[in-house]
Design a protein around this ligand. Structure first.
Ligand code: PMT
Length: 416
């Protein structure tokens, strides 16, 4: 089924690149309506887009179609995605503040479809706090961005502001449009889009006992994993939460398995793999445990005391070896070289997605209600997310899991 995309083109020197984006979208099977702002007309002629798309280009708010419907409403209702590329600082400001004074800004405010924006502008405009605040505001509303690249800009300055690679923009746009179409066609409301999925989530720390009264553990509170469990439940999934010892109340309506040690967690996870379609490992499993647990409380003796530790089994890596077509998502809790270390874990543990969080950063990581993460996928895509609540991040992770599932299915269909 053809996906329908509205391609918004705004007034900047990179506007001519929108023609290449249009070509690639069409090659990827999308049906595209081009919407140009008045300023875009100073940089490229509508005729270019009309000749390429074979469709009328929309430039004015007052246009109506043959049925005399208001055109922006009919476009708003039919599209699977609104893509704006290139997007100027001006259109970002209008979107962020709900100003609807031309076709494109009216379309943004009237469509239920998701929006993807690829900005392009002068480096100073890009760095300006007004632009960055508008981007944050839109991100919080769920708008996705493909950030500009750094390099030599048309304004003869060096820096960030050049439109991202046109193929990357088009590919990402078609992925998002396919996902949004899937939701629309299944006539599910977007927040019940996990019906039929069985999601296995791990949360919290493990405890590795030294003796009956002492143990090694870490700072995990379970908040991230519990937020994931709640979000998956709210979206219609059957949820199993395998949790280390935490002081949180688990969400209603899910299966909860309490564990203590990494060995308990390993066994519980493996018992639940067969019935799971998506597995998310948010738990902070201890990497080492004492090589023997004393039966009785160890008595104080001498000035120093040594423990010999042995490695625990890597649970997520063991799932990676047998996961078949299940989606496997891991986290990376890092304090330095966050992306580099996360990328290594993504590969070595055979994950589909790794959620990298800098656990030293303010408001991020252990025992807080917020988190700032970067998504890295197997196909090399990277998305830096802003600081948000753990619940908001959970929904972003679930969105990404579904997207990966659609892509996996498509590639299976192609090879079948
Ligand atoms: O619980 P909170 O207070 O809300 O904090 C959230 C969090 C910081 C714990 C969470 O966001 C997070 O980063 N979880 C992963 C913590 C971790 O153990 O990261 P790691 O980089 O050491 O491990 C990488 C991955 O391997 C993780 O998915 C982990 O679950 C998994 N792992 C690690 C060791 C092991 N023996 N078995 C595993 O499955």
């Amino acid at each position: 089924m053809v996906v329908k995309i509205a391609l918004g083109v705004t007034g900047c020197i990179g506007a001519y690149k929108a023609a290449q984006i249009l070509r690639t979208l069409q090659e990827l099977g999308a049906e595209v309506d081009v919407v140009m702002t008045r300023n875009a007309l100073s940089f490229i002629q509508p005729l270019t887009f009309q000749a390429l798309s074979g469709r009328q280009v929309i430039t004015e708010t007052s246009d109506t179609n043959e049925d005399s419907e208001i055109l922006h409403i009919s476009v708003a209702q039919k599209i699977d995605l609104l893509l704006v590329a290139p997007a100027t600082a001006n259109i970002l400001a209008k979107f962020a503040h709900g100003i609807a004074d031309d076709f494109l800004s009216t379309l943004y405010i009237s469509t239920p479809a998701p929006t993807l924006i690829a900005p392009a502008m002068n480096v100073v405009m890009w760095q300006h706090p007004a632009t960055q605040e508008n981007i944050q505001k839109l991100r919080h509303r769920g708008v996705e961005f493909i950030e500009p690249e750094s390099g030599y800009l048309a304004c003869r300055m060096e820096g960030k502001g050049r439109l991202a690679d046109t193929d990357l923009i088009a590919k990402h746009a078609v992925e998002l449009a396919t996902l949004s179409q899937k939701r629309r066609l299944s006539s599910l409301s977007p927040n019940r889009d996990f019906l039929g999925e069985s999601v296995l989530i791990t949360a919290g720390p493990t405890r590795e006992y030294i003796d009956p009264v002492r143990f090694i553990t870490n700072r995990s509170s379970g908040k991230m994993g519990y937020a994931l469990a709640e979000a998956a439940r709210d979206r219609g999934a059957k949820v199993t939460l395998i949790t280390g010892p935490v002081s949180l109340q688990p969400p209603d309506g899910i299966t909860v398995v309490n564990v203590v040690t990494s060995k308990d967690m390993f066994d519980a996870v493996h018992n639940h793999i067969p019935q799971s379609t998506i597995i998310i490992k948010a738990a902070a499993v201890c990497d080492y445990r004492p090589n023997r647990v004393a039966k009785e409380k160890i008595k104080k003796s001498g000035e120093t005391f040594s423990l010999t530790l042995e490695q625990t089994d890597d649970i997520v890596a063991s799932i990676g070896k047998i996961k078949e077509d299940r989606i496997l998502i891991g986290f990376a809790a890092e304090t330095e070289k966050v992306i580099e270390h996360a990328e290594k874990k993504l590969i070595s543990k055979n994950l589909d997605l790794i959620v990298a969080n800098d656990v030293k950063a303010e408001g991020s990581g252990f025992d807080v209600d917020t988190n700032r993460a970067t998504f890295i996928t197997k196909d090399g895509q990277r998305q830096d997310l802003p600081l948000m609540t753990k619940r908001e991040l959970s929904d972003q992770i679930l969105d990404r899991a579904l997207k990966i599932k659609v892509l996996k299915q498509e590639s299976l269909n192609k090879t079948a």
